[in-house]
Design a protein around this ligand. Structure first.
Ligand SMILES: [Zn+2]
Length: 300
């Protein structure tokens, strides 16, 4: 499975468009299946950033392997912050005045189960413990269309758990309990899960992936763009707080695709400003009385 590297690699299409002297408007009008084909044809190293961590070995084919030559089993330690109660979370949602999620689930080929065991039969962590921020690069309709498309080919399977529209709408793509294909080749610090022989490792098993819709001036492969709307920062901050409260995740485990990527090709979300996120986060945490997940309280 390739993960959202494919989505974000639509920036590469723009490069192709430029190289062929094709106007961007024409490139954007090309059906996304064809665009995927174009991307795959490029053979970019980032296309190895798959959910399988670069291994072609399937779960069933690998079975339970001998203990010899197995990589160390990496585990992220307890955070020491407890999850909030359901009542506290529901009260928080009411105080924030949250609109209901816009549910537009991905096609079942584009996400899977959090893996209970690796190919050596060892128990893996499955609880969400890390929140990873992304941007779409492509437009919201293009991204949603891509997620809803049947992708039987592993190399085309992509998803995030949630997408935040330019208007701040929270669009549900994959249920939290499922494994979204957001960062195939990745590690949080030195924590990763090499669950198959020859795999690079991924944190998808313990990750929640959320993506901000990129502004229209960010479609290309530029270093930055005009950034995200105030509504996006507000919704993102509120969603991060809810995830923290639900799963007991300290803010020290809120990170970016650029920071966890190990394919050496992802650098999103570009132009993200923590100083625009923090005021919304602090306000929401204060409103809900859920300050225990912030830096001052949440240790490693
Ligand atoms: Zn990303």
């Amino acid at each position: 499975m390739i993960d959202v590297a494919v989505v974000e690699n639509f920036i590469k299409h723009e490069i192709v468009g430029h190289a062929l002297n094709v106007p961007n408007a024409v490139m954007r009008s090309v059906p996304h299946q064809l665009l995927i084909s174009l991307v795959i044809g490029l053979g970019s190293c980032s296309l190895l950033d798959g959910d399988s961590g670069g291994s072609g070995v399937s779960d069933t084919a690998a079975g339970v392997l001998p203990s010899l030559d197995r990589p160390p089993l990496m585990r992220l330690g307890d955070s020491r912050v407890a999850a909030a109660s359901l009542e506290e979370i529901q009260a928080c949602e009411q105080r924030l005045g949250l609109a209901a999620e816009d549910v537009q689930l991905a096609h079942p080929t584009n996400f899977g189960e959090r893996k209970a065991r690796d190919s050596w039969g060892r128990v893996l962590q499955v609880k969400p413990m890390v929140i990873v921020l992304h941007e779409t690069v492509i437009s919201e309709p293009q991204a949603l269309g891509l997620f809803k498309t049947n992708h039987p080919d592993d190399d085309q399977q992509v998803s995030y758990h949630m997408l935040i529209g330019r208007d701040g709408r929270r669009v549900r793509i994959v249920p939290d309990r499922k494994r979204a294909y957001g960062s195939g080749m990745s590690a949080f610090g030195d924590i990763t899960m090499r669950d198959r022989p020859g795999s690079v490792g991924s944190i998808n098993n313990i990750a929640l992936h959320v993506s901000l819709v990129t502004p229209s001036d960010g479609r290309g492969d530029s270093h930055g763009h005009s950034g995200y709307t105030n509504a996006q920062y507000k919704s993102l901050a509120e969603q991060v707080l809810l995830w923290q409260a639900t799963f007991g995740i300290p803010i020290t485990r809120l990170t970016t695709h650029a920071a966890v990527d190990r394919s050496r090709s992802r650098y999103d979300p570009r132009s993200f400003r923590w100083d625009r996120f923090d005021p919304h986060y602090n306000h929401a945490a204060e409103l809900c009385g859920l300050n225990q997940f912030n830096n001052e309280q949440a240790g490693p």
